[in-house]
Design a binder for this molecule. Sequence first.
Ligand SMILES: Cc1cc2nc3c(=O)[nH]c(=O)nc-3n(C[C@H](O)[C@H](O)[C@H](O)COP(=O)(O)OP(=O)(O)OC[C@H]3O[C@@H](n4cnc5c(N)ncnc54)[C@H](O)[C@@H]3O)c2cc1C
Length: 311
Amino acid sequence: MKESPKIVILGAGMSAVACAESLLDFFQVELYEKSKGFGGRLCSKKYHETRFHLGAQFCTCTDPDFKKLLNKNNAKKFNGSMYNFFQKEEIETHQYFVHPDGMQALVRESSESLDIKAREKCIRVDAQNKIAYFESGLEVSYDILISSLPFPQAQELLEFDESLNINFDPCIAVGLMINSAIKTKYSAYQSVNQDISWAASSKFYNATIDETWVLQFSPETSRAMFDVSENQLADFASNQLNELFDSDIIIEDSHVFKWKYAQCNRLNSEKKFIALENDIFAIGDWNISPRVESAFLSGKALAKFLVSNKK
Ligand SMILES: Cc1cc2nc3c(=O)[nH]c(=O)nc-3n(C[C@H](O)[C@H](O)[C@H](O)COP(=O)(O)OP(=O)(O)OC[C@H]3O[C@@H](n4cnc5c(N)ncnc54)[C@H](O)[C@@H]3O)c2cc1C
């Protein structure tokens, strides 16, 4: 019997997992992820019995297939309320979803059926001979290669000459462990001021863990403070939190994460993936918009295309 073609996917975030899951019955599929696990920008840091969400905080859900994936992975409804300072109004959250174990758990069940090789960073692709090279020295041949990397990284690796104008903003996220719970009207605040785009307590995704807070800096402030030390960033974030609630909270511990490529500047593009020469494809949220659901839709759209064009 003829062997199924081999698909190598670079990355194991939402777009890669969504794509791989739909390809499994038709192809051999292997994922190579540079970090130690799955999830990508769905990322949270466990700290004793509590945790910080450092990447995506929640996701919207409008697509029925995405809803199925959320159900399969035990996502929960956004638990709490949200206020937007810029719009000066409470935000409707009924289409928002979270995971009580941290956002990367949105793909945990799905990842279990996949062949994910962790700590494998792809450093070069020989498109003519169809070989991917990894930092570890590993060389992997493929029939089809799919990149799920953020656009600037994908472009650098695959050297594709696309005249797309896709930029990514950085984001500094600071997780704060506090000495006691803060009494606030809302559990999450958007567009707090020109420095802080998001400030939220862990209560909106898990009311049973010790309360933590995450502050995400605006793109401008993230850019301006990107090289500042972690201690200074944690101090800045804790001052912002105390100013916001006119409080005197003591920070017991903190964790700083600097995303160089956090969110893209694209909004609702029609094209859900890019097809390059020599059976190379690029998926990822940036094909559509900077949302978890868009990453899912990009991965799914490419899988559908590959399955329907399978020779
Ligand atoms: C701070 C922040 C806040 C956000 N807030 C929200 C939100 O509230 N709601 C929302 O819907 N979305 C939010 N987003 C966006 C959301 O996280 C993304 O849209 C989505 O997770 C992107 O998934 P992806 O698969 O396209 O890319 P990624 O998750 O970035 O996956 C790419 C993967 O490729 C891996 N990789 C990179 N280079 C290599 C290499 N050379 N070799 C192998 N692997 C490699 C990476 O480690 C990563 O795992 C936020 C993002 C950030 C950073």
